[in-house]
Design a protein around this ligand. Structure first.
Ligand SMILES: [Zn+2]
Length: 131
Protein backbone atom coordinates (compact mmCIF):
# COMPACT_ATOMS: atom_id res chain seq x y z
CA UNK A 1 0.00 0.00 0.00
CA UNK A 2 1.44 3.37 -0.96
CA UNK A 3 2.27 5.84 1.78
CA UNK A 4 0.36 9.11 1.39
CA UNK A 5 2.71 12.00 0.76
CA UNK A 6 1.55 13.86 3.84
CA UNK A 7 2.57 11.02 6.17
CA UNK A 8 6.19 10.19 6.79
CA UNK A 9 7.23 7.11 8.75
CA UNK A 10 8.83 7.56 12.15
CA UNK A 11 12.47 6.54 12.36
CA UNK A 12 11.98 4.11 15.22
CA UNK A 13 9.46 2.77 17.68
CA UNK A 14 10.10 5.50 20.27
CA UNK A 15 9.42 8.22 17.70
CA UNK A 16 6.30 6.35 16.57
CA UNK A 17 5.07 6.20 20.19
CA UNK A 18 5.73 9.91 20.73
CA UNK A 19 3.87 10.81 17.52
CA UNK A 20 1.13 8.24 18.26
CA UNK A 21 1.65 6.27 15.06
CA UNK A 22 0.84 2.71 13.99
CA UNK A 23 2.80 -0.01 15.82
CA UNK A 24 3.51 -1.92 12.59
CA UNK A 25 4.37 0.62 9.88
CA UNK A 26 5.23 3.58 12.17
CA UNK A 27 3.42 5.82 9.69
CA UNK A 28 -0.37 5.79 10.01
CA UNK A 29 -2.06 7.84 12.69
CA UNK A 30 -3.87 5.85 15.37
CA UNK A 31 -6.23 8.60 16.55
CA UNK A 32 -8.56 10.71 14.44
CA UNK A 33 -9.91 12.87 17.26
CA UNK A 34 -9.10 13.57 20.88
CA UNK A 35 -10.08 10.07 21.97
CA UNK A 36 -11.49 8.58 18.75
CA UNK A 37 -9.33 5.84 17.28
CA UNK A 38 -9.15 4.72 13.70
CA UNK A 39 -10.31 1.12 13.43
CA UNK A 40 -7.43 0.33 11.09
CA UNK A 41 -4.16 1.92 10.10
CA UNK A 42 -4.81 4.12 7.08
CA UNK A 43 -1.42 3.18 5.64
CA UNK A 44 -0.87 -0.56 6.24
CA UNK A 45 -4.39 -1.67 7.16
CA UNK A 46 -3.46 -3.09 10.57
CA UNK A 47 -6.52 -3.55 12.76
CA UNK A 48 -5.62 -1.77 16.02
CA UNK A 49 -8.01 -3.68 18.29
CA UNK A 50 -6.72 -7.22 17.86
CA UNK A 51 -9.59 -8.84 19.71
CA UNK A 52 -12.51 -7.99 21.95
CA UNK A 53 -11.22 -6.57 25.24
CA UNK A 54 -7.81 -5.96 23.73
CA UNK A 55 -7.34 -2.58 25.40
CA UNK A 56 -7.86 -3.92 28.92
CA UNK A 57 -4.07 -4.06 29.13
CA UNK A 58 -3.93 -0.36 28.35
CA UNK A 59 -5.84 0.27 31.57
CA UNK A 60 -2.86 -0.98 33.60
CA UNK A 61 -0.56 1.35 31.71
CA UNK A 62 -3.03 4.18 32.20
CA UNK A 63 -3.06 3.45 35.92
CA UNK A 64 0.73 3.58 36.14
CA UNK A 65 0.99 6.80 34.12
CA UNK A 66 -1.74 8.41 36.22
CA UNK A 67 -0.08 7.34 39.45
CA UNK A 68 3.24 8.90 38.45
CA UNK A 69 1.58 12.09 37.18
CA UNK A 70 -0.64 12.49 40.22
CA UNK A 71 2.26 12.01 42.64
CA UNK A 72 4.33 14.55 40.70
CA UNK A 73 1.46 17.06 40.61
CA UNK A 74 0.73 16.41 44.27
CA UNK A 75 4.36 17.15 45.16
CA UNK A 76 4.45 20.38 43.16
CA UNK A 77 1.11 21.56 44.57
CA UNK A 78 2.30 20.67 48.08
CA UNK A 79 5.39 22.83 47.55
CA UNK A 80 3.39 25.73 46.11
CA UNK A 81 0.50 25.89 48.58
CA UNK A 82 1.15 27.82 51.80
CA UNK A 83 1.64 25.61 54.84
CA UNK A 84 -0.29 27.36 57.56
CA UNK A 85 -3.00 26.43 59.99
CA UNK A 86 -5.52 26.28 57.14
CA UNK A 87 -3.45 23.70 55.27
CA UNK A 88 -5.70 20.82 54.42
CA UNK A 89 -4.80 17.50 52.81
CA UNK A 90 -8.24 17.42 51.21
CA UNK A 91 -7.58 20.73 49.49
CA UNK A 92 -4.22 19.40 48.31
CA UNK A 93 -5.89 16.33 46.79
CA UNK A 94 -8.62 18.45 45.21
CA UNK A 95 -6.17 20.87 43.59
CA UNK A 96 -3.99 17.98 42.39
CA UNK A 97 -7.02 16.29 40.86
CA UNK A 98 -8.10 19.50 39.13
CA UNK A 99 -4.62 20.01 37.69
CA UNK A 100 -4.56 16.37 36.52
CA UNK A 101 -8.02 16.46 34.90
CA UNK A 102 -7.00 18.12 31.58
CA UNK A 103 -4.29 15.47 31.17
CA UNK A 104 -6.79 12.58 31.09
CA UNK A 105 -7.17 12.48 27.27
CA UNK A 106 -3.39 12.49 26.89
CA UNK A 107 -3.05 9.63 29.40
CA UNK A 108 -5.79 7.71 27.58
CA UNK A 109 -4.07 8.10 24.22
CA UNK A 110 -0.57 7.27 25.37
CA UNK A 111 -1.71 4.29 27.42
CA UNK A 112 -3.31 2.76 24.31
CA UNK A 113 -0.34 3.66 22.12
CA UNK A 114 2.12 2.17 24.61
CA UNK A 115 -0.01 -0.96 24.99
CA UNK A 116 -0.23 -1.53 21.23
CA UNK A 117 3.50 -1.00 20.71
CA UNK A 118 4.39 -3.25 23.64
CA UNK A 119 2.01 -5.93 22.42
CA UNK A 120 3.22 -5.75 18.81
CA UNK A 121 6.86 -5.79 19.95
CA UNK A 122 6.34 -8.90 22.10
CA UNK A 123 3.92 -10.64 19.71
CA UNK A 124 4.37 -9.22 16.21
CA UNK A 125 2.13 -11.84 14.57
CA UNK A 126 3.96 -11.44 11.26
CA UNK A 127 1.37 -13.51 9.38
CA UNK A 128 -1.39 -11.08 10.36
CA UNK A 129 -2.39 -9.35 7.15
CA UNK A 130 -4.23 -6.80 9.24
CA UNK A 131 -7.62 -8.10 8.22
ZN1 LIG B 1 0.29 0.93 9.87
Amino acid sequence: MAVPKTERPARNRLAAILHQLCPRCFTGKVFQGIVDMNERCLVCGLRFERESGYFTGAMYISYLISLVLLFAIFGVVWLLLPHDSLFDIGLLCLVSGLVYLPLVPLVFRYSRILWMHLDRKLDPDVDDPGL
